[in-house]
Design a protein around this ligand. Structure first.
Ligand SMILES: [Cu+2]
Length: 218
């Protein structure tokens, strides 16, 4: 290694502590009954100066199968495309509406409606694609089957993840320092206020909510 290379490396090493260190944050979300809440979307929004680039859009599929949206809850980066595919042999009318208060505010996330014919044996299932252009929650329903419910959270923070069956979301690479944590759930009427936290190298949080899920996973 030449002298100049060595010097450059030393300067880079000396600057490292000034850069935001990345932390792993484990969030456990609890429902109104104190039990772990699955499929809650955890969003960490770092403070000023650590504003991340939006995550890259992806393409995803949500099936209509046996009178359910599968998966029932999905987190997708803003700008992503989602294809709805009807695998049932009967028709579904998929409806997407902005969740919570956003639904009262025209001009935010646009809603959508799709009619998908039932699948015929030996033929490709009917499908339609929607682009999720704005961040926020989207409730999914079906005009024909009131029991069908689904939820998409359109994320503009890369630190967005839904909780697993144990109510836990583990987010990697979160900048240390001041941040706000939001919890969003398909079955909440109103989102609670964001929780201010100080992210350190190892951060574990337990967040109670007022959400009473419509049904628990078996
Ligand atoms: Cu339906």
């Amino acid at each position: 290694m030449t002298r100049s290379h060595t010097a450059a490396w030393l300067i880079a090493a000396a600057l490292l502590p000034l850069a935001a260190q990345a932390a792993t944050v484990q969030v456990t979300v609890l429902g109104r009954d104190g039990k772990p809440l699955a499929d809650a979307v955890v969003v960490i929004e770092p403070g000023a100066g650590a504003r991340p680039a939006a995550p890259a859009p992806v393409s995803a599929v949500i099936n209509q199968q046996k009178m359910q949206f599968l998966p029932g809850t999905m987190v997708l980066p803003v700008g992503s495309k989602v294809t709805f595919t009807n695998l049932d042999s009967w028709e579904h009318h998929v409806r997407g509406t902005p969740a919570g208060l956003a639904s009262l505010n025209p001009g935010t996330q646009p809603g959508f409606e799709l009619r998908l014919d039932g699948k015929v044996d030996g033929k490709e299932p009917a499908s339609a694609e929607v682009t999720l252009s704005k961040a926020g929650g989207v409730q999914l329903g079906c005009h024909l089957h009131g029991s069908m419910r689904g939820f998409i959270f359109v994320a503009d923070s890369p630190w967005t993840l839904q909780t697993d069956a144990n109510g836990v979301a583990t987010l990697q690479g979160v900048p240390e320092g001041a941040a706000k944590v939001r919890v969003v759930h398909a079955d909440q009427i109103l989102e609670g206020p964001p929780v201010a936290v100080n992210i350190t190298s190892v951060t574990a949080l337990s967040l109670p909510t007022q959400v009473q899920p419509r049904r628990r996973r078996p």
